[in-house]
Design a protein around this ligand. Structure first.
Ligand code: FE2
Length: 386
């Protein structure tokens, strides 16, 4: 059935008419990273990003091959997993990609149906529906592959009231640094290879029932040296948004190519997390040692009143406060947004985080792309990878 794009609402309202959403998604359930040392990574996400201890599985709980720490902040759940011996297949993932996102888990009403609907539309199976039980009830999961070795796991948890998942115990810690005001995942971006963006756009449309509601070509996203293309995919209720990036031909190597070279595959480029007060959040993160991209030049901040136009009258933040923290500003017809990007959070220049505060705007900061990419290029030049 043909879907017609109507309006994008990030609440419950459908973004398209005339179609049954065959894959209703309630939200992001968790994001799982495969990492070299989950114990230390967990400390980093608590100390630097203000995540809280939630759940644990490892040798003490009978998990002999892998250990996982679950962290929470607002509605965001991160799972950090490390293999406990050389036999675990997780080692292959780590050897090839380094630390990175393996699982984007999606919260569903019915994990059997999600599996059936997506695999019959061409999704490659990661695993068939499974039931996990403990004294707190049961969770049903199933999984499919998306780009690269990244997977979507469907999580049905309506009959479960434990802390996270069967097999995990609550993780109680004496070390509980304050949170940084991060609320939920706004969007998650995938980098794919040359000529593959439209393949994955079609895959999300056909297999997942998503719609492409924003597109940027290399004429819009370019600097003097490098370029990329991006299309934003959204599910029916707008709760899940996956922009997909592809490199574009230009004089020098784009950040997407750098990512693909170092991740050695397609994969998740960044997680954008929402805050209600970006100034407080960024101050907090900076004081915890989180590293952000260097600031754009003075001219960028001088041009803000003109770029924001009528939205200047509703803007609550002081431009000098934003500039002091290197926060970027963009606007669309419906409002403005504030955003900032961290440096990669591991030694390979691959995954990073975005902090975003939406003040009505529903875009992705297109007006900042040039300033942002010039900033990234300065970093690439330092790494010798431009
Ligand atoms: Fe983003």
């Amino acid at each position: 059935m043909k879907k017609t794009l109507k309006s994008v609402d990030y609440g419950l309202e459908k973004i398209f008419d005339g179609a049954q959403d065959f894959l209703p998604l309630l939200g992001t359930d968790f994001v799982e990273f495969y990492v070299g040392n989950a114990k230390q990574a967990a400390h980093f996400y608590k100390t630097a990003f203000g995540f809280q201890s939630l759940a644990y599985k490892g040798l003490e709980t009978g998990s002999k091959d892998e250990v996982s720490y679950v962290l929470k902040q607002g509605k965001i759940r991160l799972v950090l997993t490390t293999p406990l011996n050389s036999k675990s297949p997780i080692n292959d993932h780590l050897r090839k990609h380094g630390d990175g996102v393996k699982v984007i888990a999606l919260w569903v009403e019915d994990a059997h149906k999600a599996y059936e609907e997506t695999t019959k539309r061409g999704a490659k199976s990661y695993f068939e529906p499974r039931i996990h039980r403990d004294e707190h009830g049961e969770i049903v999961t199933s999984g499919i592959y998306t780009y690269g070795e990244t997977v979507h796991v469907f999580v049905e948890r309506k009959n479960y009231n434990g802390v996270f998942f069967p097999g995990y115990i609550p993780w109680e810690s004496d070390y509980n640094p304050p949170n940084a005001g991060l609320k939920f995942i706004d969007h998650m971006v995938g980098n794919v290879g040359w000529g593959e963006m439209d393949v994955w756009v079609k895959w999300y449309e056909e297999v997942m029932g998503f719609v492409n509601f924003l597109s940027f070509d290399d004429k819009q996203i370019h600097t003097e040296y490098s370029a990329l293309m991006s299309k934003v995919m959204s599910n029916g209720n707008g709760r899940i948004k996956f922009p997909i990036n592809e490199p574009a031909k230009a004089e020098k190597r784009s950040q997407i190519e750098e990512y693909l070279d170092f991740y050695e595959d397609c994969g998740v480029q960044h997680l954008a997390v929402a805050t209600d007060d970006i100034i407080a959040t960024v101050k907090h993160l900076r004081s915890n040692g989180v590293e952000f991209l260097p600031p754009p030049p003075q001219a960028y901040y001088d041009a803000i009143p003109e770029r924001l136009g009528e939205h200047m009258s509703i803007m609550k933040e002081d431009i000098s406060a934003l500039q002091e923290l290197s926060i970027l500003v963009d606007a669309d017809e419906e409002g403005y947004l504030l955003q900032i990007f961290t440096k990669p959070v591991e030694d390979r220049p691959t995954l990073f985080f975005e902090i975003i505060q939406r003040m009505g705007a529903k875009g992705f900061g297109a007006g900042n792309f040039k300033a942002l990419f010039e900033s990234i290029e300065r970093e690439q030049a330092n790494r010798g990878t431009l």
